[in-house]
Design a protein around this ligand. Structure first.
Ligand SMILES: NC(=O)c1ccc[n+]([C@@H]2O[C@H](COP(=O)([O-])OP(=O)(O)OC[C@H]3O[C@@H](n4cnc5c(N)ncnc54)[C@H](OP(=O)(O)O)[C@@H]3O)[C@@H](O)[C@H]2O)c1
Length: 253
């Protein structure tokens, strides 16, 4: 590790890395010296374009896009095994893939509930399970799970999402205690409202209301989140584990 390249030589796996917060993490991890395998789900061309751009910018590092469906146990295992095959060493897992299906609970369909729980919470099992033992055996590494302010505070029209992200935080704290003695840290990052496709889907009048709940009256950027994720992925954060850290500009829900 150098001051400029705190992730030099580290192998990172990022789910949902083709856009939004995940893509910002992929970019910053490469800029900080890491090799990165990232998952995409629906948009192969976007993933390929990002990988080509970053491959040209960092020709001595690996940047590999792989298909992943994190809500499916078999698909997630295939992704994890393939990801390990592309890396000389594996040090960091960023569980970032997520979806929202905002609606009042009274109107929520079983499918909406399952999609949200499957992608945001089941993925903690499906992706982490096949990637855990390499970190434990190596006696070192970091797992960073992307939660949400919604999981900390509860947000109306997000009952499934709040439940899933609260689950992510519980999972994070329990796993941190299980494997702390093996030198592996496990932390959650809880973004508030960040400018990505996810928040672009919010109607304009609701967006203005949400901004009024933030002291600086502005959404954060994916980079604001990526900086914390990459810090937690580095040795600089080796004594931080079992935490859920909010990146929300002081959002008061
Ligand atoms: N934006 C916010 O304000 C905010 C706030 C709090 C928490 N978060 C959390 O931050 C994370 C990233 O959110 P974002 O705003 O960057 O979202 P986004 O722009 O909508 O991107 C979501 C990412 O997840 C991937 N994905 C979706 N379903 C998947 C599946 N079944 N299997 C594998 N990958 C899947 C997508 O891949 P494809 O594009 O290939 O489909 C995409 O890369 C999520 O966990 C989200 O819950 C976001």
């Amino acid at each position: 590790m150098t001051d400029d390249l705190p992730l030099a030589g580290r192998g990172c796996v990022v789910t949902g890395g083709s856009r939004g917060i995940g893509a910002a993490v992929v970019r910053l991890a490469l800029a900080q010296g890491a090799d990165v395998v990232f998952g995409y789900h629906s948009d192969k061309d976007r993933a390929r374009t990002l990988a080509d751009e970053l491959g040209a910018a960092y020709p001595d590092q690996r940047c590999v896009p792989l298909y992943a469906h994190v809500a499916d146990t078999d698909e997630a295992e295939r992704f994890a095994v393939a990801a390990l095959g592309h890396l000389d060493r594996f040090d960091v897992l960023v569980n970032n893939a997520g979806v929202t299906r905002d609606t009042l609970f009274a109107r929520m369909t079983p499918q909406q509930w399952r999609e949200v729980i499957g992608t945001n919470l089941d993925s903690m099992y499906t992706v982490t399970k096949p990637l855990l033992m390499p970190l434990v055996k190596q006696r070192g590494g970091a797992i960073i799970n992307i939660a949400s302010s919604s999981g900390l505070h509860g947000i109306p029209s997000q009952t499934a999402y709040s439940a899933a992200k609260a689950g992510v935080i519980g999972f994070t704290k329990a796993l941190a205690k299980e494997i702390g003695a093996r030198g592996v840290t496990v932390n959650a990052v809880a973004p508030g409202l960040i400018e990505t496709d996810m928040t672009a889907a919010i109607p304009p009048d609701k967006t203005e209301f949400l901004k009024s709940l933030i002291p600086g009256h502005a959404f954060g950027t994916p980079q604001d989140v990526a900086h914390l994720v990459c810090f937690l992925a580095s040795d600089r954060a080796r004594y931080i584990t079992g935490q859920a850290i909010e990146v929300s500009g002081g959002l008061v829900v």
